[in-house]
Design a protein around this ligand. Structure first.
Ligand SMILES: [Cu+2]
Length: 147
């Protein structure tokens, strides 16, 4: 094999490895928005399905939002998680199950979302028992039914 061919193969390998790592940095992205069509204060998309070990990135496209796991809305053994306002935030999902979350100031205004990890819905009954208020209460059943 000619040496420049070897060089080309090694370079291609290095770049593809590098690219794969960049892609793996976030396996799914959710945008935090003030407005989307006729909706205000939204996570887009509202439902994300990922594998165990995957990372979700929430992008602070607009200001005034965050991500907070809902108490009793995550699989057993998962700790609290509450991000800072106006900041992009990542979370690596290590425990399978359903994760329900909201944006703290807009939790009653429909800014709720769900992550299903490892196609595991064993905590669905606990998720159905969560108490949402106002606009979120109207939206939650349809979302939960489509998990
Ligand atoms: Cu918000």
């Amino acid at each position: 094999m000619k040496s420049h061919n070897k060089f080309l193969i090694i370079t291609t390998f290095l770049f593809s490895t590098l690219f794969a790592n960049i892609v793996l940095a976030a396996d799914a992205t959710v945008e935090m928005l003030n407005r989307l069509d006729k909706q205000s204060n939204v996570f887009e998309p509202k439902i994300v399905k990922v594998n165990v070990g995957d990372t979700v990135l929430w992008k602070a496209k607009d200001k005034g939002h965050n991500v907070e796991f809902i108490k009793k809305g995550v699989p057993e053994g998962v700790g609290k998680f509450k991000s800072k306002f106006n900041k992009d935030v990542e979370y690596k999902f290590e425990v399978p199950g359903i994760y329900a979350y909201w944006c703290t100031p807009h939790k009653n205004m429909g800014m709720i979302g769900f992550v299903v990890v490892g196609d595991d819905k064993s905590n669905l009954e606990a998720i159905k028992k969560l108490r949402f208020s106002s606009k979120s209460k109207k939206m939650a059943p349809d979302l939960i039914n489509s998990l």
